[in-house]
Design a protein around this ligand. Structure first.
Ligand code: SF4
Length: 273
């Protein structure tokens, strides 16, 4: 009688890091975003929810954009402010792919804002993570569309005279179906929010507050100001979500503010063709 041999199934190794040298400033919260994303990916791949080869990670121009060199998946680096058209093009060409994008506030709130608005209103099935540090950091410290009033930098030596733009309020107003905000140094919760964004069908928008330690260190400012909203509260109330993100009490809420279910752009497009 043939002796039974016990087969031990060896799980394939998941390698998500690359050999590229990381060139962010020491301690930059971009490292935390990278760790949160890789950890989230590893969990999803292990759980069979995602295939490494089916993921495309796009990035724009800015300090954030280096992230595409540090993740071992298919990547695409776009022109400044043009990460979203690259993502929507990839998703339309092959809807089976999971398309995520990293962008900065200079990249998508200043240069490429129109793409952000149209992707949200169309409900393109892409997941966008914005590294928000309220400054053009790669070009060494100029004001951008979300720099606070009075911000002193190389382009505003006497202080910015512009009111900052509210990306979350805009996303809610134009029909984004997943709107969330997190804080980069909080790796655990950033990973949780990223995973929820990945599971969402449609346009998922996540603003990640990522202080720039070199040109605009806001860690002290945010220390007692940030708070997590109750995650048991319903997320289908648009009016409540808008009230929350107006930050009228001077504090900055974090969490998933709004989720909605409606057909994606790619679903409608495929039906038509
Ligand atoms: Fe990070 Fe700012 Fe350095 Fe860029 S300049 S790597 S955002 S600390």
């Amino acid at each position: 009688m043939a002796e039974k041999t016990e087969k031990t199934e060896k799980k394939p190794e998941i390698k998500l890091s690359t050999d590229a040298k990381i060139t962010w400033c020491p301690g930059c919260p971009n490292f935390a975003i990278l760790v949160a994303f890789r950890k989230m990916m590893e969990e999803m791949i292990s759980a069979g929810e995602l295939k490494q080869e089916n993921l495309v990670a796009c990035a724009g121009i800015g300090c954030h954009g280096k992230i595409s060199d540090y993740i071992n998946v298919n990547t695409f680096t776009s022109l400044h402010g043009r990460v979203i058209p690259a993502m929507t093009g990839i998703k339309c060409a092959n809807p089976k792919l999971t398309v995520v994008g990293f962008s900065g506030d200079g990249d998508s709130y200043s240069e490429g804002l129109e793409h952000l608005i149209h992707a949200a209103r169309r409900n393109s099935d892409i997941k966008l993570f914005i590294h928000e540090n309220q400054v053009f950091a790669l070009t060494t410290g100029q004001a951008n569309a979300v720099s606070p009033l009075g911000f002193k930098g190389k382009s505003t030596p006497f202080g910015s005279i512009e009111e900052p733009f509210s990306p979350l309020l805009t996303m809610l107003s134009v029909g984004a179906t997943f709107v969330a905000r997190t804080y980069a140094p909080d790796i655990h919760n950033t990973g949780k929010i990223m995973r929820a964004a990945m599971a969402h069908k449609g346009f998922a928008f996540v603003d990640i507050i990522q202080p720039c330690l070199t040109f605009f260190d806001t860690r002290e400012f945010f220390k007692d100001r940030l708070y997590w909203i109750d995650e048991k509260l319903p997320t289908d109330n648009l009016g409540r979500a808008m009230d929350l993100v107006r930050n009228e009490d001077g504090r900055t809420p974090l969490g998933i503010f709004y989720k909605a279910d409606r057909p994606t752009f790619e679903e409608s497009l495929m039906k038509e063709i």
